[in-house]
Design a protein around this ligand. Structure first.
Ligand code: A5P
Length: 232
């Protein structure tokens, strides 16, 4: 199986958890897009679902493929969210935001009774932090916010390069009009403490540590798919 086939495999297993009449949150990224493609086939064959997208990019694909969309305000409580991840550990802690959609992804996941993560084996880690942590910040006072993030991380024993994400000639801008600071801390032994500490910094809008949100991960590898569930 190549990388794309593994993403499709994980997405196909996740689709087995989708039932008629469900209100679904739909994630962002290349793995989530494979899920949208499979879901669209089911919808074309009569499956009834209502979906809340986590990004403008996902919304465009859903519209293109005929997947019915609602806003989160129209459907404020969801049955299930299916989304990819940049990293997942054995306790279903995640790093997300590689695609820049972490704020909406987290709001949608938190509004869902269940969240299933779909990923290939390359995303599984013992300890989070190999992937630079995306931190969404308000453009106002970005330098002050960056200094505050550095000091907060240092207090937790974390150091490393931080860089504002770029896109083309300029800075990357999220769907919400914010910037992304990618923080290369390396291993993050206490992700819970970092998550709480980052949330106390006023200019931090949200960060890519997803803790106690995922209820199941479907991990596809060359030999097939396995699950990591909340009991691990
Ligand atoms: C989007 O902001 C991210 O959280 C994605 O879910 C994550 O980057 C996974 O993307 P891929 O499935 O493309 O690896």
């Amino acid at each position: 199986m190549d990388a794309r086939e593994m993403k499709i495999k994980a997405a196909a297993v996740a689709l087995e958890h989708v039932e008629d009449g469900m209100r679904l949150g739909i994630g962002t990224g290349s793995t989530a897009e494979e899920f949208v493609r499979l879901l669209a086939e089911k919808v074309a064959n009569g499956l009834k679902v209502e979906c809340v997208p986590t990004s403008e990019r996902t919304a465009r694909l859903c519209v293109e493929l005929g997947v019915p969309l609602k806003s989160l305000d129209e459907l404020p409580q969801l049955d299930l969210t299916i989304d990819g991840a940049d990293e997942v550990d054995g306790h279903l802690r995640l790093i997300k935001g590689g695609g820049g959609a972490l704020l909406r992804e987290k709001i949608v996941a938190a509004a869902s009774a269940r969240m299933i993560v779909i990923a290939d084996e390359s995303k599984v880690v013992d300890t989070l932090g190999r992937f630079p942590l995306p931190i969404e910040i308000n453009p106002f006072g970005q330098v002050s916010t960056r200094i505050a993030v550095e000091k907060t991380a240092e207090r937790l024993g974390l150091t490393g390069q931080m860089a504002l994400r770029t896109s083309g000639d300029g800075l990357f801008m999220t769907d919400g009009g914010h910037l992304i600071l990618d923080a290369s801390f390396g291993r993050i032994p206490d992700a819970e403490a970092l998550a709480i500490a980052l949330n106390t910094i006023p200019g931090v809008v949200e960060h890519g540590l997803f803790i106690d949100l995922a209820t199941l991960a479907i991990i596809a590898g060359p030999a097939g798919a396995r699950v990591i569930d909340a009991k691990n």
